[in-house]
Write a protein that binds this ligand. Structure first.
Ligand code: G3H
Ligand code: 13P
Ligand code: ZN
Length: 343
């Protein structure tokens, strides 16, 4: 079944574990993600970022996606996830990642998302509170959960960019939960977005501990979210480069650091980059193993883009030639079917 984020967070909080949250950019990826979670008998949080909605709305230059594009994308992905979730034994959440403004959140909710993130982290504290409170009011009235963000993560991922990080102030975080009524909060404690997080990153886990301690004293509910948590597996980067890619300076957060953050109070762990890397590797491997498909009228265009953009690993840079498949999951021929099975 498709559920809001809140009840899952209550379980996470009660039993002190963390739930992974994975970004998708295509209908086929949502289906695959649900199947993998079923294998592990785990609930699933699927995330579509604001611009991912634009992309899934058919906008190949998704950086320029309009609200209209995002509305279409939200509808497409939500309709597919709803169908898959209704036929699945596991609870599935469809969550908007890094909602840019109030309208983006409304577009996601109207499309059928069951949870939204409003990212007001670039705003002054009081403005962030105000915006988040408005989204909470709108969302909660419709049974939709809300994640906010306080503090700034360094790194780049489309419109989410900052050169340096500002760690979350624990007392401000507690005040933020109190004033906004949000269900979850993304904190800045040493992670960053993207594939270049730096070598041997140590997380400031004491920030999470301090927030959770205060929350407990004041009897407040709220789950802390670790964004920028990809591990950037060395072997995947090496395989991409061995297949003709050129990805440099790739470092993620170690799995040990992530595991250690869970008993400190982290309850949701966001991963996008690792999936992007794996999908890029898979597509390159597919064309290496099936050279005759490089000229396929159906998917040859994807190969051309992979060859042109050697330093990129965002699948959205390569998928435009099969946009209808990305949007609606329509697989018109055998070549498409094979390629979709690797993304
Ligand atoms: O955390 C950030 C997301 O991974 C960004 O995704 O490239 O769709 O904005 P996007
Ligand atoms: P990564 O770039 O580390 O995968 O982080 C993803 C994320 O925070 C999505 O919101
Ligand atoms: Zn993020």
């Amino acid at each position: 079944p498709l559920i809001p984020l809140r009840p899952l967070l209550e379980t996470v909080d009660k039993y002190h574990f963390a739930q992974g949250a994975f970004n998708v950019n295509a209908v086929a990826q949502a289906k695959a993600a649900i199947e993998v979670h079923e294998m592990f008998r785990s609930a699933a949080i699927l995330q579509g970022a604001d611009l991912a909605n634009g992309f899934m709305g058919g906008r190949t230059d998704f950086q320029n996606a309009t609200l209209e594009d995002k509305k279409i994308g939200a509808k497409n992905i939500a309709a597919a996830v709803k169908k898959y979730a209704e036929n699945s034994p596991i609870p599935v959440v469809l969550h908007l990642d890094h909602g840019k403004n109030f309208d983006s959140c409304v577009a996601a909710i109207e499309g059928g998302y069951t949870s939204v993130m409003i990212d007001g982290s670039s705003l002054p504290f009081e403005e962030n509170v105000e915006l988040t409170r408005e989204v909470v009011k709108y969302a909660h009235e419709r049974g939709v959960s809300v994640e906010g963000e306080l503090g700034v993560l360094a790194g780049v991922e489309d419109h989410v960019f900052s050169a340096t990080s500002t760690y979350t102030n624990p007392l401000k975080a507690v005040e933020f939960f109190k004033k906004t009524g949000c269900d979850a909060l993304a904190i800045s404690y040493g992670t960053m977005h993207g594939a270049s997080k730096g070598k041997d990153v140590k997380l400031r886990k004491e920030i999470a501990i301090a927030i959770k301690e205060c929350m407990m004293h004041e009897n407040l509910f709220g789950v802390l979210v670790s964004h920028g948590s990809s591990t950037v597996p060395r072997y995947i980067v090496d395989e991409i480069n061995a297949l003709g890619g050129n990805i440099q300076n790739a470092y993620g957060i170690s799995i040990e650091e992530l595991k250690a953050a869970i008993p400190c109070g982290i309850g949701k762990i966001n991963v996008d980059t690792d999936i992007r890397l794996a999908v890029t590797r898979n597509m390159k491997e597919y064309f290496a193993q099936n050279p005759e498909k490089r000229n396929s009228p159906s998917i040859g265009g994807v190969y051309k883009l992979l060859e042109e953009k050697k330093d990129q690993f965002d699948p959205r840079a390569f998928l435009p030639p099969i946009m209808d498949t990305v949007m609606y999951g329509i697989v018109p021929d055998e070549d498409r079917a094979e390629l979709v099975s690797v993304i």
